[in-house]
Design a protein around this ligand. Structure first.
Ligand code: GSH
Length: 222
């Protein structure tokens, strides 16, 4: 039975999972959840994830949410080096994944909710939230930029789950205008990911088509 993954193609969190699965050659059966139509709030979906957030993975009778946990599950199942090539690298990958979840991605999500989500609902953005998020993003980006000054990838010499978790906020950055362009090593690393990891470039096209389509349908120009 194929592993099912529920999510919206515009979601950066789903992108982390679909990219990792494609890199590892894990086949996924996609189940589309239209977040703009509230499909993550239906009783059926809430039975899978009571937080009403996607993606959710279903493998037989095993249900798992949180993209990073799903990616760890798939990486352990598939083998390969997305979790790092050695024990030490594995802990470095985990360090960056936890950092991304707690200190980084959340501020990109806040910015998306304020700048895009609220606009789609006809509400004004709260500038104080955007200011706070930008300050946090700049602080994290400065450290990342220094880390990437002499590295091609976040850990080791090839793409790992750490890169996917940390790069995901770039999915919306040209729409939300988070200040990542101030950090040249970050920009170069993102470009390197797009050029050397075909799955990452493919999922970017998917996210862009979905979000740009939704904005166009709502008559919103950013
Ligand atoms: N930490 C969660 C974040 C999941 C998340 O924020 N998902 C968003 C899409 S990227 C969502 O489902 N939003 C629906 C909502 O807020 O109602 C993960 O990594 O899976």
């Amino acid at each position: 039975m194929p592993i099912k993954i529920y999510g919206d193609p515009g979601s950066g969190s789903l992108r982390r999972v679909t990219s990792a699965a494609a890199i590892m050659g894990v086949a996924l059966e996609r189940v589309n959840i239209d977040l703009f139509r509230g499909e993550s709030q239906t009783p059926d979906f809430l039975a899978l994830n009571p937080h009403g957030l996607s993606p959710v993975m279903v493998d037989g009778d095993f249900v798992l949410y949180e993209s990073s946990a799903i990616n760890l599950y798939l990486a352990e199942k598939a083998g390969g080096e997305l979790l790092g090539a050695s024990t030490r690298e594995r802990y470095e990958v985990l360090q960056w994944m936890f950092w991304s979840g707690e200190q980084w991605r959340i501020f990109a999500t806040l910015t998306f909710d304020e700048r895009i989500g609220k606009r789609l609902m006809g509400q004004p953005e709260d500038e104080s939230i955007v200011r706070l998020a930008f300050a946090k993003i700049r602080a994290g980006a400065a450290v990342l930029d220094a880390h990437l000054a002499d590295r091609r990838f976040v850990v080791g010499d090839r793409v790992t789950l750490a890169d996917l978790d940390i790069a995901a906020p770039f999915s919306q950055s040209h729409r939300t205008k988070i200040p990542l362009g101030e950090f040249p090593n970050l920009v170069a690393w993102q470009q390197r990911l797009l050029e050397t990891v075909p799955a990452w470039a493919q999922t970017k096209r998917e996210v862009d088509a979905r979000i740009d389509g939704a904005l166009e349908a709502a008559g919103i120009q950013l």
